[in-house]
Design a protein. Structure first.
Length: 484
């Protein structure tokens, strides 16, 4: 434990939903839900307006629609979120060489290692300046927690939400934690929490009073000892700089189980291409291809194939994934597919290109013949099925919330699509709420577009924090506080 609150935890406020509201003037102040929109979709993030209706992350989207039927339901735009995340992480990197990202919108920073704070006053000043910088660069808000340990800094940022700052003074940890639920501690999930509840322990003070021996008896030595220390406020875990990713993967859950073997293979190849795109974006290659298949009965199978060396060739990954699929029985139906690459490296094994070329030169069975021979083409192929497939393709091209550009009306975003039509609202991040127009899904003047920057002319913080402007105050701004 440190003598000064020099570990900072930043958590962006309702990140995905806030980014969508910043990008879409017509949604500001209104309930917004970001996540999967199909029957099996799950909420990724809900705006604070939607949370008032009981909507929260990890909730089935169908349940969210019942709670907040008038909310805007949008498909995630990860390209936008990654861009904003890079901007935020860049600001954190100017504070210290020790930045530990936990996700796109959350990170720990060791201010002491960066020489930017060594006592409560300097830590608080940096926290306020960071919130100001994030607002100036991204237009979004984040909550900051400052404490002498990672555990307490994270608790502080959660208590400060939304758009606030909380400092926990070293030496006050025990009194702060005592009345809180045991679920506030790292490593206490629903199962452990329920186990402790049955033993009569519901608050952190209950854990501290029970003693280490009792927790070891209930949870085992490693977990029991660690949990007792955290209940007393002790946490000596260091902030660790970003580690290299060990794998790259993508997966999709389907609204209806896939039965057609040809369709399953097509989806696997599409996922393989997306996986390679991420692999190349990270400037990495990999030598082990992994296929994940969740079947109709929720049983999940994984298969892997290790290549002769690392590759980022989409053909090699696609063909390896297809070979792995051949060993999986999908007769009953498939609800989820995933393709990943592990064993990452910074180089590519050149002879794999020759390997791919040799395999492509081999004679292949036509797709229709493969379907007939395999006996898995049991989906109907009548007009209704073709109509449904056309609607699915339209929804994939025009996901709700994604960006479009029209030759006449300019930039906008998709409000929804169906029955051969797509509805678009034309507005930009710094424009007034725009007008809505409807087009055919195949309108030649309408094309998908890249997201626009949330802030057109961001404030220059390249010299921060040395010459950072004083923190602004205004509507929605929340000052810092200390928790004695």
């Amino acid at each position: 434990m440190r003598a000064a609150p020099t570990i900072l935890h930043l958590d962006m406020d309702a990140f995905y939903a806030s980014a969508e509201q910043a990008a879409k003037p017509s949604l500001r102040g209104k309930p917004v839900v970001v996540g999967g929109l199909g029957p099996r979709g799950v909420v990724a993030t809900a705006s604070y307006e939607a949370r008032r209706f009981g909507v929260h992350s990890a909730m089935p989207t169908a349940q969210a629609r019942r709670l907040a039927p008038n909310a805007a339901y949008l498909v995630p735009r990860f390209s936008l979120y990654r861009t904003v995340s890079d901007q935020v992480m860049g600001l954190l990197g100017q504070l210290s060489p020790l930045v530990e990202p936990l996700s796109l919108d959350e990170a720990f920073v060791d201010l002491e290692a960066g020489g930017t704070a060594d006592d409560t006053a300097s830590a608080r000043a940096i926290g306020e300046q960071l919130r100001d910088a994030i607002r100036g660069v991204t237009g979004l808000t984040g909550s900051v927690g400052l404490a002498g340990s990672k555990m307490l800094a994270k608790i502080a940022s959660e208590e400060a939400k939304p758009n606030g700052l909380l400092v926990i003074e070293p030496g006050t940890e025990r009194d702060l934690l005592a009345p809180m639920s045991v679920r506030i501690l790292p490593g206490v999930g629903p199962a452990t929490g329920d186990h402790l509840r049955r033993a009569g322990m519901t608050t952190v003070d209950d854990l501290a009073t029970a003693g280490e021996a009792e927790l070891v008896r209930l949870l085992g030595k490693a977990h029991g000892v660690a949990l007792h220390r955290m209940a007393l406020g002790y946490d000596d875990r260091p902030v660790v700089a970003e580690r290299d990713a060990k794998s790259v993967s993508v997966e999709d859950t389907f609204d209806m189980d896939l039965h057609d073997r040809v369709r399953v293979r097509t989806e696997v190849e599409r996922l393989a291409d997306r996986c390679v795109q991420r692999l190349r974006a990270a400037e990495r290659s990999g030598r082990t291809v992994v296929l994940k298949v969740r079947r109709y009965d929720f049983s999940t199978l994984t298969r892997s194939e290790t290549l002769r060396g690392p590759t980022d060739d989409p053909t090699v990954v696609r063909e390896a994934a297809a070979r792995l699929l051949e060993a999986v029985d999908t007769t009953g139906g498939v609800r989820l597919l995933g393709v990943g690459v592990t064993g990452l490296a910074d180089y590519t094994q050149e002879d794999l290109f020759a390997q791919a070329a040799g395999e492509r030169a081999a004679p292949e069975v036509p797709a229709r013949e493969e379907q007939d021979a395999g006996g898995h083409g049991d989906e109907p192929t009548d007009g209704a099925q073709e109509q449904e497939t056309a609607e699915q393709l339209a929804a994939r091209r025009w996901p709700a919330g994604h960006d479009v550009c029209h030759d006449t009306y300019g930039h906008g975003w998709v409000q929804g699509s169906g029955v051969g039509r797509v509805t678009v609202r034309f507005e930009e991040p710094e424009s007034p709420p725009g007008r809505v127009r409807t087009f055919r899904v195949d309108d030649p003047e309408l094309q998908p577009a890249d997201p626009l920057p949330l802030v057109r002319d961001p404030v220059d913080y390249s010299s921060w924090p040395a010459r950072l402007p004083k923190s602004r105050s205004g509507p929605g701004s929340s000052g810092g506080e200390s928790r004695p």
